[in-house]
Design a protein around this ligand. Structure first.
Ligand code: ZN
Ligand code: ZN
Ligand code: FE
Length: 756
């Protein structure tokens, strides 16, 4: 190595790729350059941010280092390419403002929660005092307001609002925090809020806040327009209000999400680990599933022992909590019966004005609908359950060509993916696509993604299930369609996320997925090398009397399991579950099942969890999706010892006859439900670990990919990851997409791209 004269300048051309546009990146670089005496310029191009950096070697080196260490919170740097370039005669550092907006920006920022500086402006900057839509380069709405590219104001729902002179000055000043912040606005020129009630309406923010305070304290319910759609809100401690809220939401019986005033107050109600705290405070502001510490009103959490908690993320949320003096508000999606979250002001007024105490709107449109995202932290790693606001439309780098591929996803948890260059852009969450409104949302969004990302589908990938609405939709596009087995796609989603090159042991457990033999799969041990898979083991098939009805009525699966193990004699078992059954109905049901009438074969892990929840009396009549396994998990006695037995036969069939005999014996001996749940969960962990051992022995494969909705069970995921890890397996799980069917599209797209 030769020595350089430290006073001699060096010059580099830096190509910075990633999410670096529309997130306050250029002002950050500009300030950093000035601080470190770097001369040169910065400009946006269609594929990256380009920086010319010139200065003495030490300064340039720390400049490059700090670029990726101190970058704005919402920016993501994929790579910085560094190329030596000729020294130029330069004066200071400039922002190439003439090339501010390029023609083909492919990376669009997700929505970003309000930043501290803007909150400060909301209290101190005269034009923005109490301005509930304050934002800057580092914060504010993005994806939800964007209609087209390039990302500038004319292509957003801010288009109708003309900037006042003061806002304009900020917008054009490269040193200002609002330099080219597209939604920039203030009290003088921007959108504003209106509170509509049956009797009066208010547009003055102080009057609005007074009214909300008065009514919310008395158990009022309001619809609030949020970032990606409306919320329904009420005091999280007021049971009466919550009962009304349940009625209002009709068939939606899931636990409600809660927004806490701040982190300290949240910590009174829930346990928060360091990683959970980081997520709660992140710019994405997701709902984080936390362990409950102190009870809210019973109708919020439904005795599941967890709280879906989030912190304020819009300026308005802060204004409200500042005035309100309440610890927490339920903030649930503003929709009825699991339909899409409402985004339109007049629609919200139509639906909610008469049934609530008021509808709070603002006059900036939401263009792209997003729900609050939901995550949980297991083993200090974040797991996405619902990927929407704050995450979309962030892309995932696949490192293989994906252009033109459309992956349609599954059905129960609808999402799709589109391929662009080496990337995948996953859509937001659409909910259950059997609901026609949700499916319309899916179709509409597909149209918007095509336009926004200039995506031309040439090849579709679907689930093997012939009746999924997504399969039918893709078949009508008039392009080549390829189908992928459901659990193969689950495992491929993990392979794609982690760029795994070697073959893996795939463990895919879930409620349902169409198998290559036409049966319902869901307890799959696959040996998978990207595009190919082999089924190594699974649970023994049982019939599901009544087919789809078994999902809503777990007693059906329970009856089938017991009949399988004990024959008709199971009807004489001396346990409460049997006593409560309508015996005449059961005989008919089983006769039909024996003849194979409306009784498909299934090996689903989800159904086994259902059956155990039913037989133990923990949950026999679920009111929302996956309630039975959730209640079974919530019942675990973590101190209990022991587990049940199972048989692994040589054909790779895992038989639970012994487990059922032992559970029945425990029930007769009055062993507590909590102990039974613990022993059951330990058995499933044992099944997974011992089967992975068997596969390793016979194939030499040491990497395990775990996916499928069943792994939203915290206990199961935590134990499997830990025990497999302790036994020197390399364990991979989903972190960027959900392990539930919301992650299927990524797996589908990956397999198709890899095959091509
Ligand atoms: Zn800000
Ligand atoms: Zn203004
Ligand atoms: Fe699945």
């Amino acid at each position: 190595m030769h020595t350089t004269d430290n006073n001699k300048e060096v010059s580099y051309l830096l190509t910075i790729k990633g999410l670096v546009q529309g997130v306050g990146f250029r002002p950050f670089v500009y300030k950093l350059a000035n601080k470190l005496n770097i001369k040169g310029w910065i400009k946006n191009t269609n594929y990256a941010v380009i920086v010319h950096a010139q200065g003495i070697p030490d300064d340039v080196e720390s400049f490059i280092k700090l670029l990726s260490e101190q970058n704005p919170p919402a920016s993501i740097i994929d790579e910085i390419l560094k190329e030596k370039t000729q020294l130029k005669k330069l004066q200071g550092f400039n922002i190439g403002s003439s090339e501010v907006v390029s023609d083909d920006i492919t990376v669009i920022s997700p929505d970003i929660s309000v930043c501290d500086e803007c909150l400060d402006d909301m209290h101190n900057q005269p034009r923005r005092i109490f301005y509930p839509l304050v934002n800057c380069c580092n914060c504010g709405p993005r994806f939800t307001i964007i209609k087209g590219l390039p990302y500038d104001r004319e292509q957003t729902t801010m288009q109708q609002f003309e900037m006042c002179n003061s806002c304009r000055e900020e917008y054009y000043n490269p040193l200002d925090r609002r330099f080219h912040a597209q939604p920039v606005s203030c009290n003088d020129c921007g959108p504003s809020y209106t509170l509509n009630t049956r009797t009066v309406s208010y547009t003055d923010i102080h009057k609005i806040l007074d009214y909300l305070k008065k009514k919310l304290h008395k158990g009022g319910i309001f619809a609030f327009k949020g970032t990606g759609g409306f919320h329904l809100a009420c005091d999280a401690m007021n049971e009466e209000a919550l009962v009304r809220m349940r009625l209002l939401k009709k068939r939606d019986t899931k636990p409600f999400a809660v927004m806490f005033r701040d982190l300290n107050i949240l910590k009174k109600y829930a346990f928060v680990s360091a990683k959970e705290e980081e997520e709660l405070l992140s710019f994405r502001k997701p709902i984080v599933i936390l362990k409950e510490h102190k009870h809210l009103a019973p109708s919020v959490t439904l005795k599941l022992g967890t709280i879906g908690a989030m912190l304020p993320y819009m300026p308005f949320h802060y204004l409200l909590f500042d005035q309100l003096g309440l610890d927490a508000l339920v903030m649930t999606s503003g929709n009825i019966s699991d339909e899409p979250i409402i985004i339109d002001n007049s629609h919200a007024i139509n639906i909610f004005l008469n049934s609530t105490d008021g509808v709070l709107t603002y006059n900036r449109d939401i263009y792209n609908r997003t729900d609050d995202s939901v995550i949980m932290v297991v083993n200090s790693k974040s797991r996405i359950i619902r990927r929407s606001r704050g995450y979309v439309p962030s892309e995932i780098n696949l490192q293989i060509k994906t252009d033109g591929i459309f992956a349609a996803g599954a059905e129960l948890t609808g999402t799709f993916c589109i391929g662009k260059d080496n990337h995948v852009i996953p859509s937001q969450y659409f909910g259950d696509l059997q609901n026609a409104e949700n499916f319309n949302f899916y179709v509409e969004s597909f149209g918007r993604y095509k336009e926004l990302f200039r995506f031309k589908p040439s090849h579709a990938v679907v689930d093997m299930h012939p009746d999924y609405v997504t399969t039918r939709f893709a078949n009508e596009l008039g392009i080549r369609v390829e189908s992928i087995q459901h659990h193969h796609a689950h495992i491929a989603s993990v392979i794609a996320e982690h760029h795994i090159e070697e073959p893996v042991i795939g463990v895919a457990f879930d409620g349902t997925g169409y198998g290559t033999d036409g049966n319902i799969w869901g307890s799959e041990f696959l040996v998978c090398s990207g595009i190919k898979f082999e089924r190594f083991a699974h649970f023994k098939y049982i019939s599901l009397p009544g087919g789809d009805k078994a999902v809503l009525e777990p007693w059906r699966t329970a009856v089938s399991y017991l009949n399988n193990v004990f024959g008709y004699d199971f009807l004489n078992l001396n346990i409460p579950f049997i006593k409560n059954l309508d015996k005449s109905k059961i005989r008919l049901l089983l006769e039909a099942a024996n003849k194979g009438i409306n009784s498909p074969l299934s090996c689903s892990a989800g159904r086994l969890f259902d059956a155990v929840a039913a037989v133990t009396g923990i949950c026999s009549q679920p009111t929302f999706h996956a309630e039975a396994p959730m209640r079974l998990e919530a019942a675990i006695n973590y101190q209990a010892d022991g587990h049940y037995s199972f048989i692994f036969d040589n054909d790779g069939i895992i038989d639970f006859s012994q487990l059922w005999e032992e559970i029945i014996r425990d029930l007769i001996n009055k062993v507590s439900k909590n102990d039974i749940s613990s022993k059951f969960h330990k058995t499933i962990v044992e099944v997974i670990v011992s089967t992975c051992f068997k596969i390793r022995e016979s194939t030499g494969i040491n990497s395990v990919a775990i996916s499928g909705g069943t792994f939203q069970n915290r206990y199961l995921l935590e134990k499997c990851e830990n025990i497999l890890g302790q036994n020197l397996f390399k364990v991979f799980t989903n972190n960027k997409v959900p392990s539930n069917d919301g992650g299927i599209a990524l797996g589908q797209l990956f397999i198709a791209a890899k095959k091509r």
